[in-house]
Design a protein around this ligand. Sequence first.
Ligand SMILES: NC(=O)c1ccc[n+]([C@@H]2O[C@H](COP(=O)([O-])OP(=O)(O)OC[C@H]3O[C@@H](n4cnc5c(N)ncnc54)[C@H](OP(=O)(O)O)[C@@H]3O)[C@@H](O)[C@H]2O)c1
Length: 388
Amino acid sequence: MPSGCFLPLPIPFRETPGADTPDRLSGDQPRTHEHRMNTDQTKQRTALITGITGQDGSYLAEFLLAKDYQVHGLIRRSSTFNTRRIDHIYEDIHERGRHLTLHYADITDANSLACLIRAIEPDEVYNLAAQSHVRVSFDMPIFTAETAAMGALKLLEAVREYEKNQGKRVRYYQASSSEMYGKVRETPQSEETPFHPRSPYGCAKVFAHWATVNYRESYDMHCSCGILFNHESPRRGETFVTRKITRAACRIKLGLQDKLYLGNLDAQRDWGFAGDYVEAMWLMLQQEQPDDYVIATGQSTSVRDFLQRVFSSLDLDPDQHVVIDPRYYRPAEVDLLLGDPSRAKEHLGWTPKVDLDGLVRMMVDSDMELARREETLRKAGHALRGGA
Ligand SMILES: NC(=O)c1ccc[n+]([C@@H]2O[C@H](COP(=O)([O-])OP(=O)(O)OC[C@H]3O[C@@H](n4cnc5c(N)ncnc54)[C@H](OP(=O)(O)O)[C@@H]3O)[C@@H](O)[C@H]2O)c1
């Protein structure tokens, strides 16, 4: 670890990992030494991931560790544990030759970002940190913009300053979003489709997207934007609609809850698996020339259809359990998102490996495992939060 203003972050060891420890959730194998050595690169590279504690950050960290990267993650200070998704790959700071190091900083704090970049001297920076929930962005528009828009700009500035002072090229990835298309101008949406965001989140992402393009064009920086359509997994946050559905369906099946409250069932989304999408992020930074890419499956499905698939897989009838709650409607809705991933296929050789049925199965299996543990605890007389 180069000297700098950051101490690597010790995370207290937890004897019993949380019930939803990610490696168990996803069925992923724990990382092994052989896994690490399975690399196609000769020189060890260093990557910084902001948002490493999120869904994508955790998959990306695993992916880069398997390619023998030195991975550094930015995590924000919290009064409770926020490292649940990466506990299984965490290495104690006292471990020699460790590959993963966490640092306290915040995407809204320009000084901490500049300091971190200088200390880490990264080859690649993946900017995934954001307040990423679209519905919540209507309740917290300013914080959403501070993280998703200004955060990206602050990080770009930190990288630019570092490149200028150190003369080292850094490859930068920006997590752009299909929500930028909003009220879509054409279907399917490609890299050329104009943006028309319909939420504070979408607006913030448009700003970050164009700021990234601008830094590429103005300063000849190697900056790429991945315009990612929705991607899910057993690690998806529990308030996002897909995970909300799989989690509730499994709990209903075991009698742990009875009702599931949802918003607009007619919204159509292009849903892929997060594990596939982080590979696309990495591929973008391996290209000689930076560019922007749509990452999607090219198939769109309504929330209603997703719900039906999940409930059918458990022999449940949604009409018996689902209640529409207008509180979950967005003030301005995005009706249909469908991505055209042709450029990514052609230039990156990227295609998604998991289809929608595979994704549903993976999420249901994982949430059923969690529900069974909850049932066991309940039967043993332990107090549980929520439920019927
Ligand atoms: N998943 C999708 O379908 C999708 C599609 C397109 C684009 N994106 C974008 O891709 C990125 C990753 O998505 P995701 O699904 O992994 O989101 P996520 O699970 O919500 O993770 C967001 C990450 O950002 C961190 N973060 C939030 N505020 C921060 C702050 N002030 N300082 C530092 N870190 C902060 C969170 O930390 P805590 O864990 O402490 O909260 C978390 O690690 C996001 O930028 C998202 O907007 C996602």
